[in-house]
Design a protein around this ligand. Structure first.
Ligand code: FAD
Length: 810
């Protein structure tokens, strides 16, 4: 294929890297009308990881929007040849996911249920039917399977050539042998790209540098947490009986995928413990490169493969291919604009789904760049979801091994990574260890999930072993008083004469409230979808403190900075300097009084004040995320231990995140990343009360239009009839036999003694949700319940608004 020689001095967009992600991004930018775009490849197209990819496209995913990306890819790959005249090697072979134990069967049934709801063809089949697809497979231990006929595979190099051909037909240019060596920045945003052949001025750069992306991003002051791991597949010579294309056999209990390859077999693995690679060892000369065979490492996988395909015993091995692929700390890729440098985008860290997702990811990115907002919510792959500490090479190397090993793991609820832990600790960490906390990691922070059991629980789809302990913690908050450690909340201080005006422009609620008021608000995108859900305290005329979600500060700081034009405003991330303890429950008031905090009792709902508790300076805000009366107490990080000791001494008991989640779900308090995201507007969420109606703010036009048209979905509570079923919060929901929407949160509600599900239901299918009967599909079995627009517990909110002056005996 011909390539240009003269590097332009200016381009609308520059794509770095000529692998699957770069070619897809270029193609979609050009197709979307951004024709003045160039791709810079240090060596030759596809010479990084892409050329040796097994290139399968498996569409079953755990979320709607990740599924949409792969669905788009499959569609694109099936059409690209007709559009460009370049073969892509696309075969729609289908795939089979087999189960050899009950939990795997539940796992694939859950995936299948979601896949069907998202419009994929999915069919549960028996072991005998697996045999009919794969006569040479040993199916003696197979107890069930799911067949997905829409899946397929592509030839990775051919499909990249087709993408480039399509991109060039729309005006894009490709420069091989052109290495990016640095960036030009101006006022915090990207202004150009320095290359081995000159500089290109541009305000949009997309890093698609595969395993080298972290280093490239570093040149622009951007964090891209990923490192490569070795990834193996075995190739055999021709085997008798393989004379046609077979559905890919996904034997994830054996850590294997198996497919035909030129009349032989390709047997790939995600072994339990991967081999991370220091990227510095794979320099610019790693071109169409492979890593050394490692038969000792592959041996246990070979045994699994021999069990599944006995014919391998006599097959002649062509090679044990070992190629590098990038992995991130949570196994999801990086797609979106960086937090640190406006105009610098990431499309990398593909965790072995770069071909399956590549088409969709490139499309989504191009739409996002063109329109200014993502085509749909992509928070799962938002590059801003990691703190700086997770971008350290040592923590990345440690985690990558586990992430590769987890690729085919059963998606049990409550899974926690075991490597690269203890990166960020709240001031009460030692106390929580004393209380035998079981910790979860969020944005690098260790948060107590529940207490009195530090060892790892046996993961299950059934009733978890912590069930009763969490019930006791809920009981403490419901009948006595509990302490919730909320210190990991992001805390962003916004100060300056223009702070009120600025926040009124970026927040949906009215920020013009007197100092002393707490304001529940959100930041919305231009489509009216949630970017952040937060509580702001107005500390002074020119001073606000925003409490944002634990995982949100990097994302929210970037969002605020993006709209900050007035130099007189300062934004400060105060997260680590302050701690927050929630004191909640009917005895919270008597505890506050005992500790000298009488001022707290005069505080109205959503009001805050500065006072002392046990001689410690705190800012108390009267609100509740759990539906019981109490305060969230913010103090200096250094004072937290003393405050905790005083609260505990006065009778408050620790309660963890699982108790808090159960209580917030019962109260229908919605959470970002679960019930709220970029696709949901306040109208759908029932949060219009927290939106100012007659003012301009980001997203106001879209919200007004939605209000006028009426919601497409409604977030409802569903109380399930069967008290023993265990919904997890992502299941499809059916009304009158029709798919009506998806669950977004679920928990057992200890105060209502039933499983509670929050779900977004289509207003077309379920126009009158109040009292409607709905069915939640849990791994293929439907569980009935009753929907409501109200919270399951204390719908009027009487408990949390208790007026102490009349109702608390002091
Ligand atoms: C053995 C194996 C099997 C796989 N099987 C599958 C599968 O079945 N299905 C699936 O979906 N995925 C699979 N994958 C993963 C998939 O192949 C990758 O996710 C995908 O190819 C990554 O593409 P990329 O564009 O991100 O990276 P790459 O292909 O590595 O491209 C990055 C490019 O950036 C260039 N570059 C680096 N630095 C610079 C610089 N400074 N300036 C300019 N250019 C630069 C490099 O030269 C390289 O060409 C597999 C991976 C492996 C290793």
């Amino acid at each position: 294929m011909s390539v240009e020689t003269a590097l332009p001095t200016h381009a609308k967009a520059v794509v770095i890297g000529g692998g699957a992600m770069g070619c897809s991004s270029l193609y979609h930018l050009a197709k979307s009308g951004i024709t003045d775009c160039v791709l810079l490849e240090r060596n030759q197209l596809t010479s990084g990881t892409t050329w040796h990819s097994a290139a399968q496209v498996r569409q079953l995913r755990s979320s709607r929007n990740m599924t949409r990306l792969v669905q788009y890819s499959a569609q694109l790959y099936s059409e690209l040849e007709a559009e460009t005249g370049q073969i892509t090697g696309w075969y729609q072979t289908g795939s089979l996911s087999i189960a050899t134990n009950q939990d795997r069967l539940t796992h694939i049934r859950r995936q299948g249920a979601l896949g069907s709801a998202f419009g994929l063809q999915v069919e549960e089949i028996s072991a005998d039917e697996v045999r009919s697809f794969w006569p040479m497979a040993n199916c003696d231990d197979v107890i069930g399977a799911v067949y997905s006929p829409d899946d397929g595979r592509v030839n990775p190099s051919d499909f990249c050539q087709a993408l480039v051909k399509g991109a060039k037909a729309n005006g894009a240019k490709v420069f091989e042998n052109t290495a990016v060596t640095g960036f030009v920045k101006s006022g915090g945003r990207i202004a150009g790209v320095k290359t081995s052949n000159g500089t290109i001025q541009t305000d949009t750069v997309i890093i698609c540098g595969g395993l080298w992306s972290r280093e490239i991003a570093g040149l622009g002051g951007v964090e891209a947490p990923l490192v490569p791991c070795e990834h193996f597949y075995l190739l055999t010579k021709a085997i008798d009986g393989i004379d046609t294309h077979l559905p890919t056999l996904s034997d994830h209990d054996s850590h294997l995928y198996i497919r035909d390859d030129v009349g032989g077999l390709l047997v790939g693995c995600f072994e339990p413990k991967g081999k991370p690679i220091d990227p510095a060892t794979l320099g610019e000369n790693f071109v169409f490169g492979l890593l050394n065979e490692d038969w000792d490492h592959f041996e246990p996988m070979m045994q699994h493969a021999l069990h599944r395909i006995p014919a391998l015993e006599t097959a002649e091995v062509r090679m044990l291919l070992n190629g590098p692929e990038s992995f991130t700390p949570d196994g999801a890729f990086l797609l979106g604009e960086s937090a640190e440098t406006a105009g610098l985008w990431l499309c990398c860290g593909m965790n072995s789904v770069g071909i399956a997702t590549g088409g969709g990811a490139g499309w989504a990115l191009a739409q996002w760049i063109k329109e200014g907002t993502a085509p749909f919510d992509l928070h799962e792959v938002d590059p801003r979801r990691f703190p700086a500490v997770q971008n350290r090479l040592d923590t990345l190397m440690e985690r990558a091994s586990e992430v590769l090993g987890h690729h085919y793991a059963i998606a049990y609820p409550g899974h926690q990574w075991s490597t690269a832990r203890d990166l960020r600790k709240t001031p009460l960490h030692d106390e929580w260890v004393e209380e035998k906390a079981h910790f979860g990691q969020f944005f690098g922070w260790e948060r107590p999930l529940y207490f009195n059991n530090p060892s790892d629980p046996v993961l299950t789809y059934g009733k978890p072993e912590w069930f009763d302990q969490v019930g006791r913690e809920v009981d403490a908050a419901h009948t006595r008083a509990a302490i919730f450690d909320l210190s990991t909340f992001g805390k962003i201080q916004v100060q300056g004469a223009e702070a009120e005006r600025f926040l009124n422009g970026v927040c949906a609620n009215d920020m013009t409230r007197a100092p002393g008021r707490a304001i529940y608000t959100s930041m919305l995108n231009s489509k009216g979808g949630f970017e952040s859900d937060l509580t702001a305290l107005r500390l002074g005329q020119d001073d606000y403190l925003l409490y944002v979600g634990t995982t949100a500060p990097k994302r929210d700081m970037a969002w605020l900075r993006r709209y900050l034009v007035d130099e007189k405003i300062t934004l400060t991330d105060e997260t680590e300097n302050m701690a927050v303890l929630g004191l909640m429950g009917p005895e919270a008031a008597s505890i506050a009084t005992e500790l000298g905090g009488n001022a707290l009792l005069d505080l109205g709902y959503f009001r805050h004040c500065e006072t002392e508790l046990a001689g410690i300076r705190v800012r108390a805000v009267r609100l509740s995320y759990v539906g019981e009366a109490g305060w969230e107490l913010t103090c200096e990080a250094n004072d937290t231990k003393a405050l905790y000791k005083a609260l505990k001494g006065a009778g408050a008991e620790p309660a963890g995140l699982y108790a808090q989640s159960s209580m917030r779900i019962e109260k229908r308090f919605l959470a970002m990343g679960h019930d709220l995201d970029g696709d949901v507007t306040p109208i759908e969420a029932g949060l219009d009360f927290a939106v100012k109606k007659c003012a301009a703010f980001i997203g106001s036009d879209a919200v007004a239009a939605r209000r006028l048209e009426g919601p497409r979905m409604r977030l409802v509570t569903i109380l399930l009839d069967d008290t023993s079923c265990v919904p997890l919060g992502d299941e499809p929901v059916y009304v009158d036999g029709e798919y009506a929407g998806q669950a977004s949160s679920a928990s057992f509600g200890y105060r209502v003694q039933r499983p509670v599900v929050l779900a977004a239901l289509s207003t077309k299918i379920c126009p009158n949700p109040e009292g409607a009967r709905a069915e939640v599909d849990i791994a293929g079995e439907r569980f009935a319940g009753t929907a409501s627009l109200k919270p399951a517990f204390d719908p009027e909110g009487a408990r949390m608004r208790t007026r102490y002056s009349v109702e608390v005996e002091l």
